[in-house]
Design a protein around this ligand. Structure first.
Ligand code: COI
Length: 354
């Protein structure tokens, strides 16, 4: 439980908002005026505070810096027609954060702490929510162990924080991915299903090798056989093969994406055939060669619905059909954007107003 949530607020003396060019917002480089912070000490969450965004003192012996005891989430808020913040499925992120936390030996965050701190921070930095097309306020909750101890053990102390940044698209063009069959993002029994910092850090080198060859990202395969498609690291992946939406079934090496779930829920509600199952690289390549892969896209909070332009495998690039022909992913993108921006009804109850 949290002690009654009283959040101490220290406001900035002068907002930086007027310095931001909202017509050109990069992803993840601009942060709002304030940030939220809470400490976990002696078995309870305490010291809730919102302060000016900025550097913070941290012990050089913090285990998060040495052993990667750090987890995070990603959510988005949009500006509603009356200026309210429309936050997309935040309780699902809260739930997933606690699933990640358990795997990394971290204490659960009570729902009240997660939601109330988010609401208070968003309220303070409401003016930062972009209303330009394709832009939104990206919300990054994260937690790290905060002991001053470099032995390896479950930590006692933790810090939970939320920072906010106005963002544009994560991928500004259709995405070129390469199927990775040497390096491994996540293995059976590992931490792939957790949104743990280490998963992302370890994926940078293999992705860099692919980027040097002109790809944006990898399409990871399973760590044991490298025969089955898993996810793309920055997003889950989905294919329309013939008339069926196919995506890798969740496992302990795939992140349970909230956008992934939203797309599947929407597709099922439209009566589309949906299969969550294993997809082998062989099946995918053969289906692409036969022209049966009508659409291929990534689904993620940052990436939203990101069309794949091509998939590279064994030195060959397999181009996917023109973006204009991709009826399902274009419709799902438009519908999701409409719901997120409050322009369409929200039949699944995904929006929380703050
Ligand atoms: C997100 O989509 O929120 C993520 O965490 C992906 C990250 C690569 C930006």
């Amino acid at each position: 439980m949290v002690e009654t949530m009283k959040i101490a607020i220290e406001r900035v003396k002068k907002s930086r908002l007027s310095e931001v060019d909202f017509s050109n917002i990069p992803f993840g480089k601009i942060y709002t005026d304030h940030m939220f912070m809470a400490d976990y000490r002696n078995g309870e969450w305490t010291n809730f505070r919102i302060m000016p965004y900025g550097y913070m003192p941290i012990s050089p012996a913090t285990p998060a810096l040495h052993y990667g005891q750090a987890i995070f989430e990603g959510m988005k808020a949009y500006k509603g027609l009356e200026g309210e913040a429309l936050v997309f499925r935040p309780t699902d992120n809260w739930r997933r954060m606690n699933i990640s936390g358990e795997r990394i030996c971290m204490p659960p965050i009570p729902e009240e702490l997660f939601m109330e701190s988010l609401a208070a921070l968003i309220d303070l930095d409401r003016a930062w929510i972009p209303d330009t097309e394709g832009a939104s306020l990206y919300i990054r909750p994260f937690m790290f162990s905060a002991d001053e101890y470099i032995g390896i053990k479950p930590s006692d102390d933790f810090t939970f924080m939320i920072i906010l940044c106005p963002v544009g698209s994560y991928y500004s063009t259709p995405v070129k991915v390469r199927i990775e069959t040497h390096y491994t993002r996540a293995s059976q029994g590992g931490t792939g299903y957790a949104k743990a910092g280490g998963n992302y850090g370890a994926a940078i080198y293999p992705a860099k090798l692919a980027q040097a060859k002109g790809y944006h990202q990898l399409l990871w395969t399973d760590g044991k056989t490298h025969e089955y498609i898993e996810e793309s690291g920055t997003m889950n992946v989905m294919f329309v093969i013939d008339d069926t939406l196919v995506t890798p079934a969740l496992s302990d090496s795939i992140l349970a994406g909230i956008t992934r779930d939203s797309v599947l829920t929407m597709a099922r509600s439209w009566g589309m055939k949906v299969e969550e199952r294993k997809i082998s690289v062989k099946e995918l390549i053969e289906a692409m060669e036969a022209g049966r892969v009508k659409e291929a896209f990534g689904a993620g909070t940052a990436a939203t619905i990101a069309h794949l332009e091509l998939i590279g495998y064994n030195g060959k690039d397999y181009y996917l059909p023109p973006i204009e022909s991709r009826t399902f992913s274009n419709n799902v993108f438009a519908e999701l954007e409409g719901i997120k921006r409050g322009l369409k009804s929200d039949p699944f109850g995904w929006i929380v107003k703050m």
